[in-house]
Design a protein around this ligand. Structure first.
Ligand SMILES: [Zn+2]
Length: 306
């Protein structure tokens, strides 16, 4: 019982209490299956591929959505007053590039990741980075293998996760299991890349994660969702209805913006020509007025992937 009370309290603390006080335009990057209820716009890369989400869950599209890459956000500088990135950065190839994008499109924001110690206990193979908070700075260390220790992971899943006492501890001490970081203006971070086996130093431009064979050999390639069946049908519709209700509670009556007023070309950040949009902005194409690249719009979602 105490476990559920703590879980509910942490949910309220993280998703509702502070969110209601945020003014202005809010973006959630990597919103996945748990969108920030205060978000005006959701940015999600994996609308069809569920392999990066716990139990292969489907994304919840509770607000206007843009399909895009967090390393190339299709928005102008300072478009958003607040940007949330929750349980995103441990998944990406280049967290430094993503954090530069977050602080480019946003004026302030919130980052949440599992703490490195917790990631060593559980080790989801789709996490690529150990994240720690050191002297008020976010420190990312590239993982050299997907599963830190198979024995510890097995023990965690077989015993701790099956024990309500563990979950009571987890939610009560959530600040030790998760890194929680608020920023304004800029993000203070350090990213440590692994050296290559041939001795070349790693960097955002020269990352071991560029090598698909290395990723596969080290267990990072997740072909299918880890366990359980993806939600679909009525389950999914009920979940979406729940998150939309939560958004209504948190956002109040403020209207959602049209994503078509906000997006630009992710390659050169030039204006997009909306002449190819039909059906009240729900399907068609957007064309960059500078580089000429065309992007599809399907069911109201622009696919601004490069
Ligand atoms: Zn362009």
């Amino acid at each position: 019982m105490r476990r559920y009370l703590w879980q509910a309290y942490r949910f309220y603390e993280r998703k509702i209490a502070g969110a209601r006080r945020i003014d202005g335009l809010v973006l959630d990057v990597g919103s996945g299956n748990s969108p920030f209820p205060r978000a005006d716009v959701l940015a999600e890369k994996f609308l069809l591929d569920d392999s990066n989400r716990i139990w292969g869950r489907k994304p919840i599209l509770a607000a206007p959505t843009v399909a895009c890459d967090a390393e190339r956000l299709p928005f102008r500088d300072g478009t958003f007053d607040f940007v949330v990135a929750s349980h995103l950065l441990e998944h990406v190839d280049r967290p430094d590039r993503v954090m530069e994008e977050l602080s480019r499109v946003g004026k302030a924001g919130y980052i949440e990741c599992p703490d490195a110690s917790y990631d060593k206990l559980d080790s989801p193979p789709y996490h690529r980075w150990f994240v720690q908070m050191r002297d008020g700075k976010l420190v990312f260390t590239q993982k050299d293998r997907a599963v830190f220790d198979p024995g510890i992971k097995d023990l965690t899943h077989k015993t701790l996760y099956k024990d309500g006492g563990f979950w009571s501890t987890f939610w009560r001490h959530l600040h030790s299991f998760f890194v929680m970081y608020w920023w304004e203006g800029s993000i203070d971070f350090e990213v440590h890349y692994l050296d290559h086996p041939d001795g070349r130093p790693g960097s955002a431009e020269n990352s071991i994660f560029d090598d698909e064979n290395w990723l596969e050999e080290h267990g990072f390639v997740v072909v299918e969702a880890e366990e359980g069946a993806p939600r679909s049908g009525l389950d999914q519709r009920l979940l979406e209805a729940f998150w939309k209700f939560l958004a209504l509670v948190v956002r109040g009556p403020r209207p959602y913006p049209s994503v078509f007023d906000l997006v630009v070309c992710p390659l050169d950040r030039a204006e997009l020509d909306k002449g190819g949009l039909a059906d009240g902005e729900s399907t068609g194409t957007l064309e960059c007025t500078s580089c000429g690249k065309r992007y599809s719009v399907v069911e109201g979602i622009p696919y601004l992937l490069t």
